[in-house]
Design a protein around this ligand. Structure first.
Ligand SMILES: [Zn+2]
Length: 257
């Protein structure tokens, strides 16, 4: 019998290790955007949190087999841009997820009702958009989560257990405590940067989504809280493009369940 060359064995082991690493890499949650230096710490933090709290904190659904993705819209509702976004979603038959602010739910109950009635998921984006890292867990729950939950529940009859922290920023202790209470903290894997007036021309938003999109991704947009004309303008083209690529749109709840 010919002797197996040690070089061949070494190459085989290397190949196995490389492929294992690739498998691990593909299923790790990431924030896909290339970010400027000021946001790199944020990226590191959220990727670590998604690895450390896989049942409580989500950037995406990296291990998904179907080409599903979730569009998410923060900071609504309002009576100016949110209805335009709802019109486009309705026209295209797309279900999305809206992370709403409690104080705006109070202000625009009709738009909140419409979001719910048209089959979109509603999540909790706090009452007044503070940075959760600067609040005690108790305050986060009592002053931001619970009142918003109540306001949404009064309108929709449903309890929103999915939370998007303002700025995507939250301390580990808060993730742990909220997670143990049954909440899911949901960030994103692709930022459209529609919130950044230096980068949010419709064509740039469109290009950015095209560049980064993968099955299982959660995409961040905004439906209120500033001039969202560019978001509205980019949205239809984005949906048409992704549809043609075979992507399926679903809610966050369905994506990460
Ligand atoms: Zn926000």
């Amino acid at each position: 019998m010919p002797k197996t060359s040690p070089k061949l064995i070494f190459a085989f082991i290397l190949l196995v290790l490389v492929s294992l690493r690739m498998v691990a890499f593909a299923s790790e949650p990431v924030l896909r955007n290339k970010l400027h230096p000021g946001l790199r710490d944020f990226k590191k933090t959220v990727e670590r949190q998604a690895r450390e709290f896989p049942d409580f904190f989500f950037l995406s659904r990296p291990d998904i087999e179907e080409p599903k993705i979730a569009l998410t819209f923060d900071d609504g509702p309002d009576d100016q841009f949110t209805p335009k976004i709802l019109d486009i979603l309705k026209e295209k038959g797309v279900k999305a997820t809206f992370f709403l602010l409690g104080e705006r739910v109070n202000q625009f109950p009709e738009v909140t009702r419409r979001i719910h009635e048209e089959g979109h998921q509603i999540g909790n984006h706090s009452w007044s958009h503070p940075d959760f890292r600067e609040l005690e867990n108790e305050k986060i729950l009592a002053e931001e989560i619970k009142p918003t939950e109540k306001a949404i529940q009064q309108i929709t009859g449903e309890n929103p257990l999915y939370i998007r922290p303002p700025y995507g920023a939250i301390k580990d202790e808060a993730i742990k405590e909220l997670g143990e209470k049954g909440y899911k903290i949901v960030n994103w894997s692709v930022d459209s940067f529609d919130w950044d007036s230096n980068k949010n021309q419709p064509q740039k938003i469109f290009q950015r989504i095209l560049t980064y999109i993968h099955p299982g991704d959660i995409l961040l947009f905004h439906s209120a809280g500033g001039n969202r004309e560019n978001t509205v303008e980019a949205l239809r083209e984005i949906i048409i493009y992704l549809e043609n690529k075979g992507f399926l749109f679903t809610t966050v709840q369905d994506l990460i369940k």
